[in-house]
Write a protein that binds this ligand. Structure first.
Ligand SMILES: Cc1cc2nc3c(=O)[nH]c(=O)nc-3n(C[C@H](O)[C@H](O)[C@H](O)COP(=O)(O)O)c2cc1C
Length: 425
């Protein structure tokens, strides 16, 4: 499903295409017959409802801008709201942006082609970008302005701080005053910030995570999502700690630690900064299957250990089509975040995501997101259980198989019955 969708968007600009088709529709005067058909269809079949309410936050659709370049300033976040995104998560902020020093180039891309090729689809994206390097005061002003202009839309602040209770409390207090609707805590940035005991350094250490979540949840008065790193052996462990330490939801995954490649001409790694590189975070299409596995594991844990409580799950990783999003929702995600997909295809891609998700829902007669959320989860089991199921199925098929398998099996005693079993009418 995923690769089919990718083919559909390849070489097209969904923004331009969407805005091209709408005015044309408006200008074309429909024939009376055409109009009648359209009217009767719309009367009988309502469009599937994409709206979701998550931790009390109402969104017109489950598509959320993931923290990163697409949520880096007022202009781009406003654009996201105008294009119809369900919610926006801003680029991660911390108290002291002056400590954040970015380098360029900081991105490298993997194409479905030989090393060094500039052709082929982009399937993987590595970044060594840090959190926001814009002054906190500026970001706060922009959050406030956005909430004033879009009071009904959901703006989530992504925050990260050093291992310091007072620092976290100050950050939470100042960000909450802007009127944002929720926090996403970046416990997951794999590069740069762990050197300051931030990001993945906390998310990878359950004792530290529990302590920091305790500080955060004692202070915050709005919902808190913990964004998890996939760079651990068992992602359910930190997810469990975050939820039992008061977080309302978890989001997964952040980027996967990666080395994008070595340039075979210069023998230097990419992205190459003054001849050197450092491992970065991997995202885009190539991480989607890994993200699905992590989300599935978290969803199973949440279902068995946190039951019906109103905890939420946000699926992230390689989403570029409505089908990709449907997969996360089928595993139990309430919302789906997109970051690299927006960098590659623009903000207007949300219209394509919504219409493809609705097409999927129509195909199955689902009228709301809750109709199918989590329904595929029960089809995951252990390998041992797969073996047991297969053996049982083979036994059953054998039991119903008609007739004797070879002439050796004729017994004489059951001759009439055996003959009967091989008669077709
Ligand atoms: C260039 C870039 C910058 C990012 N910056 C942040 C960040 O500041 N905070 C954060 O929580 N995640 C950040 N991310 C991670 C994304 O939000 C997302 O978790 C990850 O890229 C996987 O989703 P995707 O395949 O849709 O991009 C960044 C990702 C990219 C590609």
């Amino acid at each position: 499903m995923a690769s089919l969708s990718f083919t559909q968007i390849r070489g097209k600009n969904p923004v331009a295409e969407f805005s091209r088709t709408r005015p044309e529709l408006g200008l074309t005067r429909p024939s009376r017959v055409g109009f009648r058909v359209f009217a009767s269809e719309s009367e009988t079949k309502a469009e599937p409802d994409l709206s979701v309410t998550v931790n009390g936050l109402h969104m017109p659709n489950p598509f959320v801008i993931g923290s990163g370049p697409p949520g880096t300033n007022y202009t781009v976040m406003k654009r996201a709201f105008d294009e119809g995104w369900g919610a926006v998560i801003a680029k991660t902020v911390s108290l002291d942006a002056a400590k954040v020093k970015n380098v360029t180039p900081r991105y490298a891309r993997l194409r479905a082609d030989a090393n060094g090729s500039t052709k082929g689809q982009i399937i993987g994206w590595e970044n060594i970008e840090l959190i926001s390097d814009r002054p906190l005061e500026t970001m706060l002003k922009e959050f406030k302005q956005l909430k004033q202009e879009y009071p009904d839309r959901i703006l989530i602040a992504s925050i990260m701080e050093e291992y310091n209770k007072a620092g976290w409390e100050e950050l939470i207090d100042r960000v909450e005053q802007t009127g944002v609707d929720a926090f996403e805590i970046n416990f997951s940035c794999p590069h740069g910030m762990p050197e300051r005991k931030m990001g993945a350094a906390v998310g990878q250490d359950c004792a530290l995570l529990e302590e920091v979540c305790g500080w955060i949840n004692a202070k915050a008065t709005i919902p808190v999502w913990a964004k998890m790193t996939p760079n651990v052996t068992d992602i359910t462990q930190p997810a469990r700690v975050a939820l039992s330490s008061g977080c309302e939801g978890v989001a997964a995954i952040n980027t996967i630690m990666s080395v994008m490649g070595i340039n075979l001409t210069t023998l230097r790694p990419e992205p190459c900064v003054e001849g050197y590189s450092t491992p970065g975070g991997y995202s885009s299409k190539a991480v989607h299957p890994i993200a699905l596995a992590k989300v599935m594991n978290i969803a199973k844990m949440m279902k068995s250990e946190f039951g019906d409580k109103d905890y939420s799950l946000s699926g992230i990783g390689g989403v570029e089509s409505g089908g990709d999003a449907a997969e996360f929702i089928l595993l139990g995600a309430n919302t789906v975040q997109v970051c690299t997909g927006v960098m590659m295809h623009g903000y207007g891609v949300v219209k394509k995501l919504c219409s493809e998700l609705q097409d999927f829902m129509k195909l199955h007669n689902f009228s709301s997101i809750e109709d199918f959320r989590g329904v595929s989860l029960e089809y995951f089991t252990t390998h041992t259980d797969l073996v047991r199921r297969q053996q049982e199925a083979i036994q059953q098929r054998k039991a119903v198989r008609k007739g004797l398998q070879s002439d050796k099996e004729w017994t004489g005693d059951g001759f009439v019955k055996e003959t009967e079993s091989m008669v077709s009418n």
